[in-house]
Design a protein around this ligand. Structure first.
Ligand SMILES: Nc1nc2c(c(=O)[nH]1)N[C@H]1C(S)=C(S)[C@@H](COP(=O)(O)OP(=O)(O)OC[C@H]3O[C@@H](n4cnc5c(=O)[nH]c(N)nc54)[C@H](O)[C@@H]3O)O[C@H]1N2
Ligand SMILES: Nc1nc2c(c(=O)[nH]1)N[C@H]1C(S)=C(S)[C@@H](COP(=O)(O)OP(=O)(O)OC[C@H]3O[C@@H](n4cnc5c(=O)[nH]c(N)nc54)[C@H](O)[C@@H]3O)O[C@H]1N2
Ligand code: SF4
Ligand SMILES: [Mo]
Length: 702
């Protein structure tokens, strides 16, 4: 055991710094009992949330999968040797390719994988399997914000400034983000804005974060779910009408203002109030606060992004920021709060269906030539763009669709939209392989489960929500039966007689990633594990010979002419007609205690005890109308599925709305109700709103 491994939390993109220490001093290297200490770091300042504090309990969890499992003729998962499991996988991948073509094999990655694993997975798919069919769960997470940032700024670095810049803010507008539960240590950075009365939270619920605006510390706007675009168009309208915009900045640093002005002309405040339910007086108050000229940040979260118009809504948020002259100013800006631990790095190195390492486009001939040279293959041998996540999963069972799927770091049978359909389709695959350390709900459906190392058992790098590359460090040896995913990919590549190298040491893989990224948007070529170990902050782009780029938009944006694009957007049709009559609008999101599909946190007793079951949050009037009270069991349903939950009431939700977290399995998965309609630009599904009916379950109130 390394005494005190300095590493970062296994969960979200804040990547709080922590030190892992042996519970029993002097314990051997394979003793999994560790304690967690918060570590001083600019982002978390020594703080951790409940999930971070309890993260080490998963290392010696009794639920841990510690040997490969293969489904036998009776349909049961049985222990197998690594050789047998890998031989079976390689044989099936090979025969499916021979019979149905390379694109019949699919890969699904995750934003929790280290940069090294994410990079290697993209390479493995393209050159070992020769398939274009790779995408990942970041499609469900950051794709709308990423698409909007790429369109506006020419690059997608979630926060194009260090988080500590927020400390001096006078105003922070949080759009559809509940940081009080999703990133608690983040709150220290908005204390200044709160003290100045300038925290503005946009959320249909009175979320934990919205409650931070109480006592004159800010403003809570509660628009009708899915009307954020109209709200933002309305704010832009007021800013322009009241001449609160920054003419000089608009002239010198942007293009497209005239079209924007025309496009918002019809969004006068009274009309916006009618659509969103947000009073005109609040709209004006917020617009004036944002336009005060004091240090101001606009930050977006999944609440506004996970919609079929998510890209346009994020674009409207950027437009608002641009006309106020915020992006690239030393004390102001726009950013999106990346979600998963390596959500940022995970979207840079080739897990995306349309992308090669360094945030390069797979359709760009120069990018293909550069990456092919690093990989030691001919550019023509690289496949073209594949299918984004929802379409990839929908292709199962369709002509030309995928027949096998290798899953690395996602519990998609719980977290994908319209999950009932996904569960059915997974059953019809010729081969489902899940790499995980637990028998997640998706692993339970697999033909082969491969046990992998957990965060404290491996070396690597993560790129946090700041675009800062940090080191994940090994504290203990993995259980005897678990293997690293780099090893799994190398073993499969060997069995498939793949070209190229598949290194085992994460430091070597990182060096290759650095070369592959050189000259790309997300350039890591000046970085190495050794350099990161020196502890200097490393913000990308970090080309060889540079010191990195904490604030990439300070002087110019990443488009060739250095200017930001103001892209006028308009309101299109929603995913489905609005709720009428007895129907309610379902909104979904997160709880402090659980992480994502809950595959990890449902196995931490302390977290599970606090949040043991799915609760549906309703307004008391809505509950009363239906003869329901707190603690009653209900069914929520629509054409896609039925979900069972327990009622909890609060006046902090609109009476036309019901809230469900998506952390629970089986018939407690919110995603049985969500639609797999997607945004035309980002392919983000409509996670945040759906139309549902609710009714008491037998035995509950009438
Ligand atoms: N505890 C915890 N923390 C996490 C995670 C977790 O699972 N659990 N996951 C991590 C990941 S991957 C991510 S992406 C981030 C997500 O972090 P957030 O974006 O903060 O998370 P959500 O709870 O999904 O959504 C935020 C808010 O959006 C609101 N919302 C729903 N519909 C709408 C709408 O139409 N408009 C608006 N304006 N708001 C709406 C919800 O009420 C919710 O309060 O959290 C990260 N941190
Ligand atoms: N309704 C609704 N649905 C949503 C959302 C929402 O707000 N509402 N949010 C969406 C968002 S933002 C996200 S990010 C997704 C996330 O949803 P998922 O993709 O399901 O993410 P996790 O639950 O974190 O699943 C990660 C799985 O990989 C395992 N794992 C962790 N680390 C590793 C690793 O290094 N290697 C391997 N092989 N396995 C690992 C974990 O044990 C777990 O089983 O959910 C999306 N789904
Ligand atoms: S806020 Fe995120 S990174 Fe920090 S301890 Fe909690 S889950 Fe871990
Ligand atoms: Mo996410």
């Amino acid at each position: 055991m390394t005494a005190g491994a300095e590493t970062h939390c296994p969960y979200c993109a804040l990547q709080c710094a922590m030190t892992l220490l042996p519970k029993v001093p002097g314990a051997p290297a394979d003793d999994p009992r560790l304690t967690v200490e918060g570590r001083a770091f600019p982002t978390n300042r020594g703080g951790l949330c409940k999930k971070g504090w309890t993260s080490s309990t998963l290392l010696d969890s009794a639920d841990r999968v510690v040997q490969p499992l293969v489904r036998n003729a009776d349909g049961e998962l049985q222990p197998a040797t690594w050789d047998d499991a890998l031989d079976l996988i390689a044989e099936t991948l090979r025969s499916v390719r021979a019979q149905h073509g390379a694109d019949a094999n699919g890969v699904f990655g995750g934003g929790g994988l280290t940069n090294e694993k994410a990079y290697q997975l993209g390479k493995f798919a393209r050159i070992a399997l020769g398939t274009s069919r790779i995408d990942y769960n970041g499609r469900f997470c950051m794709s709308s914000a990423a698409a909007a940032s790429n369109r506006a700024f020419g690059a997608d670095r979630g926060l194009p400034f260090p988080l500590t810049d927020l400390d001096a803010a006078h105003t922070v507008l949080l759009l559809g983000s509940n940081v009080a539960e999703t990133m608690p240590p983040f709150l220290s950075h908005i204390e200044g804005a709160r003290a100045a009365g300038g925290l503005i939270v946009v959320d249909p619920r009175r979320s934990s974060t919205a409650r931070l605006t109480d006592d004159d510390q800010g403003i809570h706007l509660a628009p009708a779910p899915g009307t954020d675009l109209q709200l933002l168009l309305g704010l832009i309208h007021i800013v322009i009408a009241e001449r609160l915009h920054d003419d000089g900045y608009v002239r010198d640093r942007t293009v497209g203002f005239a079209e924007l002005r025309r496009s918002v002309a019809g969004w006068w405040p009274e009309r916006v109030q009618q659509v969103t339910g947000v009073p005109v007086v609040l709209l004006r108050q917020v617009a004036r606060r944002l336009g005060s000229g004091r240090p101001t940040y606009i930050l977006s979260g999944r609440g506004v992004e996970q919609h079929v118009n998510g890209t346009d809504t994020a674009t409207a948020a950027i437009n608002l920021a641009l006309i106020l002259g915020l992006p690239g100013k030393p004390d102001s800006g726009y950013g999106t709060l990346t979600g998963q631990g390596n959500g940022q790095g995970g979207r840079e190195h080739g897990q995306k269906s349309d992308q090669l390492p360094g945030y390069r486009k797979i359709t760009d001939p120069d990018a293909r030539a550069h990456v092919a040279a690093v990989w030691g293959v001919h550019p023509d041998d690289l496949p073209g763009p594949g299918l984004p996540a929802v379409q990839l999963l929908a292709s199962i069972g369709e002509p030309g669709g995928i027949r096998t799927l290798l899953v690395h770091g996602s519990n998609l049978s719980v977290s994908a939209p319209n999950a009932g359909g996904v569960r059915e389709r997974l059953h019809s695959l010729d081969l489902l392989v899940v790499c995980d350390f637990f028998l997640s709900e998706t692993a339970q459906l697999a033909d082969v489960v491969l046990p992998v190392t957990q965060w404290a058992e491996e070396e690597g790098t993560m790129t946090s929500l700041e675009g800062r590359v940090i080191r994940r460090r090994k504290a203990i040896d993995p259980p005897a039966g678990a293997r690293s995913e780099l090893w799994i990919m190398a073993e499969l590549a060997r069995r498939l007689e793949a070209p190229g190298r598949f290194d085992l040491d994460p430091a070597d893989v990182f060096d290759e990633l650095a070369r592959a990224s050189a000259g790309g948007i997300a350039d890591y070529s000046g970085l190495s594990h050794a350099l990161l170990d020196e502890g200097m902050p490393a913000y990308w782009p970090y080309p060889a010979g540079s010191d990195g780029t904490p604030r990439p938009f300070e002087h110019r944006f990443a488009h060739a002419d250095g200017l930001a694009r103001i892209v006028a957007v308009s309101v299109a049709r929603p995913a489905e007609p609005a709720a009428t009559g007895d129907e309610l609008t379902l909104i979904t999101g997160r709880l402090l205690e659980h992480y994502q599909s809950g595959a990890q946190t449902r196995r931490v007793p302390e977290l599970m005890d606090a949040r043991p079951r799915l609760e549906a949050t309703l307004h008391p009037a809505t509950a009363a109308d239906r003869g329901l009270a707190d603690g009653d069991d209900i069914e929520l349903s629509n054409d896609r599925g039925v979900v069972r939950a327990r009622v909890t009431t609060t006046t902090g939700i609109r009476p036309d709305t019901v809230f469900l977290p998506f952390h629970y399995p089986d018939d407690h998965s919110a995603n049985l109700l969500t639609s797999d309609a997607t945004d035309p630009i980002s392919s983000m599904p409509e996670f945040k709103t759906a139309v549902v009916r609710i009714r008491a379950m037998s035995g509950a109130a009438p």
